[in-house]
Design a binder for this molecule. Sequence first.
Ligand SMILES: *[C@@H]1O[C@H](CO)[C@@H](O)[C@H](O)[C@H]1NC(C)=O
Ligand SMILES: *[C@@H]1O[C@H](CO)[C@@H](O)[C@H](O)[C@H]1NC(C)=O
Length: 593
Amino acid sequence: MELPGLAVAIWMFVWFYAPVGGYPNGKVREACTSMIPCHGSSPQLLPEHTITVNGTEFKPGDNIEVCLSGPDFEGFFIQARDVKHLDGPAVGSFMLVDRRLSQLLTCGRTKKSAVSHTSKTKKKNIKVYWIAPGDAPKHVQFLATVVKKYRTFWVKIPGPIVSQPDVLSPTTPLHATSEALSTSSPVSYLSKPFSALGCGSMKFCIRNPSNCDPGSASCFFLSFQKEESSVFIEMSGPSEGYLAFALSRDQWMGGDDAYLCVSEDHRVRVCTAHLKGRNRPLLDSENAIEDVSWRLVDGVLQCSFRRSIRLPAYKERFNLDAIYYIFLADGEAGEGGLIYKHHRQPLITDGPYNVTGPPQDIGGSRSPRLIRAHGALMFVAWITTVSIGVLVARFFKPVWAHLLLFGKEMWFQVHRMLMLTTVTLTSISFVLPFIYRGGWSQQAGFHPYLGCAVMVLTISQPLMAGFRPSRHASRRQLFNWFHWSTGTTARILAVVTMFLGMDLPALDLPDPWDTYTMIGFVAWHVGIDILLEIHSYCLIRKVEVIEDDRVQILQSLTSAEAEGHLFKQVVLTIYVCGNIVFLVAFLLAINKI
Ligand SMILES: *[C@@H]1O[C@H](CO)[C@@H](O)[C@H](O)[C@H]1NC(C)=O
Ligand SMILES: *[C@@H]1O[C@H](CO)[C@@H](O)[C@H](O)[C@H]1NC(C)=O
């Protein structure tokens, strides 16, 4: 049986390589905006193919002959665009010359606004006609993407520019403009961040951190808005590379339906992928995504698109009217849209959800519960119980010497109780990551090795204490020394282990806050330790001086000691308060991720 943890580990590896896949049949509608084929490598720079036209001027309704020619190529994609908005929607429509080699595609809402190949057969040239629309911009440029071989392709090869003759058309230009605005293709560039308005009432939202504002720079946001038979999906978050979500029938990877927004050369393309177990994501040859829009501002990547709830024609796309676990991941993308492993744990919803059901507004955690419990228990044990237990044993023997608790000296009882608590918490906490991973974690660096060392030392302490020689035995000194050095080694290793553990992907506390807070805690503890050490030293000196004087020995001794004991107790109280503040800060941080 696989454990959910393994799933997350697999998900992490699934993204190592570029998505592969192609469109041998030329139905490349999701390339409508970017004109980039999802071929997972970078485009060539110097074009070998040329676009030619049979005229440089046009009037609305005119036909222009467009030829694409050059060395043998397999695939192509041609559009006309407004020279002023080369990233904007396609302009005008096309007419075919040879149906065997070329086909018409609808990009955005303009029918037949692009031409592509029908098969991978090699060709040297392609001829089509472009029909100038009534609302054409003044200058139009032809652009072509050419695929020579799967990984050898050119994107947006610039072609000739054709212009309208400089005459103001007799039909009112104002009317033409307003019509152009209302009927033009859907905006491919978003003008503002998404809004959380309507989350839980109009749309199904997932936000991380919970209830964050998608306009802010640290908010991961995914929403599904049900329309009649389709769903409008918005995804945004801080990412220089890609954002992706996947619908999964279980909490681990395999057979999942994934959607990726990948930023590439200051553009964003949207791809779908089918995740098969540990394999690389397979991009589908066709996908059913429509109305793609995007925005990339200040490191926040946004994309939105629409798909039908049911897509019987696309076997790999899940129907959206069932319940799924939802994964939300982000990571880096390299040259040409290569997708790298995400360094952060993906967000996984705590249960399966129906995104077309009643709208909800949910959070989710990037950290599995078992790992958060592991972190929290270790913090309690190695920040609080062990530190107080050690201070009590080291400095409070004389202070509580005559106080008894359950028949034994108070300091000893307190020390033993705190230390046994530490051992118990550490042991429980120790097994949690193994349950979660289903074995040893290969990705956690030195953390698990150090953790095992700490565990061994921790267990050996109470065993050693159980066999300690009696107080006056000669080996008692040796025991004391061993007990102290084993404990100290364990504590030092534990602090190092915590430093390493806090930045592991499964429990990534905020940086650099976690490091500074941990340094703060160590300084606080060592500071108090040194203070008490100096104080003890001075007290002994004082007592020696008093003894030397041999004046009012008994009285002075007791008053000096009483003073010293009061001081120690005040310091201990202050220390415990500070210690708990550090502990609570860490626990709150764990609760927030
Ligand atoms: C270009 O070719 C089209 C289609 O054959 C034709 O209608 C148009 O008049 C030609 N344009 C010029 C400037 O020759
Ligand atoms: C999900 O919600 C839709 C719309 O309310 C509903 O038709 C469908 O049956 C639900 N699916 C499940 C599995 O609950």
